[in-house]
Design a binder for this molecule. Structure first.
Ligand code: UD1
Length: 420
């Protein structure tokens, strides 16, 4: 089992390049199903989640060539058949696998796949996705661990999402691109990755207006074709490195960012007292020891992202005074707290809030990455802690960070991956 060992206490310096976004490329790979043609993704992030969704598509006969050296993925979906059913083992590995449902119904008028992520269903339902498919005229059935949908013809409709779910917005958008007439998605999620998916779909021949706003208009087209695309930068990876600078009270340069997407993170780090300066697509992050505690509430974009919550918790553990983080998107996203406590953090969980009392110092310990962002947060805590921290179950982190240890080494951190 791979782990990452961090010997804390070093200041960071130098620069780091941000990869393209995991949450952009996953729906984009799913969307490539729509064309039955060839799509090329340039500057693709080589992440475990990308390999898993590629395997999901391969299990329905897509031909996917991943060139890790060139960071290029070529996807040919011409061999997918209308009765294709993906490997349930792969689908269960990753919730984002469910994003192939919309494109498959759109292209073939029917699809069946196992419910994604088994035990996740209770807390991360797919009801909004299914309501959207039904509104477009699909007959949807759930049972025996499978979801099935079929429609002779999808017909555009007005769909109001009860909650601006990222995945449901994307899945319904992809299902609607070739539906007859016009679809309007209201209360849509506004994340930048949805705007990116809209751009990709439009380059494939779709007619989508407003992706990235709360109202998306989709005028159905007859056919989709292949295209080439470079996903947007990963705002969560950028935010994680911003906190790497802040938690070590260092100054670093982060390249390949988009200020617009980072506004909620910039606002909160500025409130903490971190100095942030933009220079085109680069950002200087400068933190000294005089940082202040703050309160944060996670919200759908453009609010503070839930995917930055645990990393921010790590930083706030090192700042004197009381900070409160309220999580409004997911019910159970404080699993990092128990691990951080092993490092000397003072965190209390009260319902949907975590109350963090800053401590004088964190101390190295063996801790477990309980999920992707929690794992990243523990590595960050390790950078600030006295002594050695070992973060186990690092496969969670590899789902969403490209060579995190190499990027940190490039900034001067004493970090290494231990394999075996
Ligand atoms: C996406 C991101 C993930 C991020 C999350 C919230 C990808 C691949 N993943 O996940 O990194 O943490 O957005 O920003 O882009 N919900 C329902 N019914 C549904 C769908 C969702 O109740 O049908 C609820 C979920 O249980 C959750 C909330 O809506 O409480 C947000 O989920 P959603 O926006 O759908 O997240 P994902 O698309 O799964």
């Amino acid at each position: 089992m791979n782990k990452i060992s961090v010997r804390g206490g070093r200041k960071l310096q130098g620069e780091v390049n941000i990869s393209t976004a995991k949450n952009s490329i996953l729906p984009i790979i799913a969307a490539s199903i729509l064309s039955g043609d060839k799509c090329v993704i340039d500057e693709a992030p080589m992440l475990e989640d990308v390999f898993v969704i590629s395997d999901v598509l391969r299990s329905i006969s897509a031909d996917i060539n991943i060139n890790e050296e060139a960071n290029r993925i070529v996807i040919d979906t011409s061999n997918i058949k209308d009765d294709s059913e993906p490997s349930s083992n792969l689908v269960k590995m990753m919730r984002a696998s469910f994003l192939i449902m919309g494109p498959m119904i759109s292209r073939f008028g029917k699809f069946r796949l196992s419910l994604p992520g088994g035990c996740n269903i209770g807390t991360r339902p797919i009801d909004l996705h299914l309501k959207g498919f039904s509104a477009l005229g699909a007959e949807v059935n759930v049972g025996h661990g499978y979801v099935e949908a079929q429609a002779k013809k999808l017909i555009g409709n007005k769909i109001y999402l009860d909650f601006p779910s990222v995945g449901a917005t994307e899945n319904v958008m992809m299902a609607a691109v070739m539906a007859e007439g016009e679809t309007i998605i209201e209360n849509a999620a506004e994340e930048p990755e949805i705007q990116d998916l809209g751009k990709f779909l439009n380059n494939m021949g779709a007619n989508i207006i407003g992706a990235g706003t709360d109202t998306i208009r989709i005028i159905g087209v007859k056919n989709m074709k292949g295209t080439t695309h470079k996903p947007i930068c990963d705002r969560i990876e950028a935010g994680t490195f911003m906190i790497a600078a802040a938690i070590t009270r260092s100054k670093i340069k982060i390249n390949g960012v988009n200020e617009e997407y980072l506004k909620p993170i910039i606002a909160k780090l500025t409130e903490v007292g971190v100095k942030i300066a933009l220079d085109g697509n680069s950002m200087y992050v400068d933190a000294d020891s005089d940082l202040k505690p703050i309160d944060i509430k996670t919200m759908p974009y453009p609010g503070f992202p839930t995917d930055m919550q645990s990393q921010m918790a790590g930083l706030l553990c090192t700042i004197k005074g009381t900070s409160v983080i309220t999580e409004t998107i997911f019910e159970n996203r404080f699993m990092h707290a128990a691990e951080m406590k092993r490092m000397g953090a003072n965190i209390k969980i009260d319902g949907r809030s975590s109350i963090i009392e800053g401590v004088d110092k964190l101390t190295g310990a063996e801790v477990r990455a309980t999920d992707l962002r929690a794992g990243a947060a523990l590595i960050l805590c390790g950078l600030a802690a006295e002594g050695e921290t070992e973060v186990t179950d690092i496969y969670h982190v590899d789902r969403g960070y490209v060579s995190i240890e190499k990027k940190l080494q490039g900034l001067g951190a004493d970090v290494e991956r231990i394999t075996g």
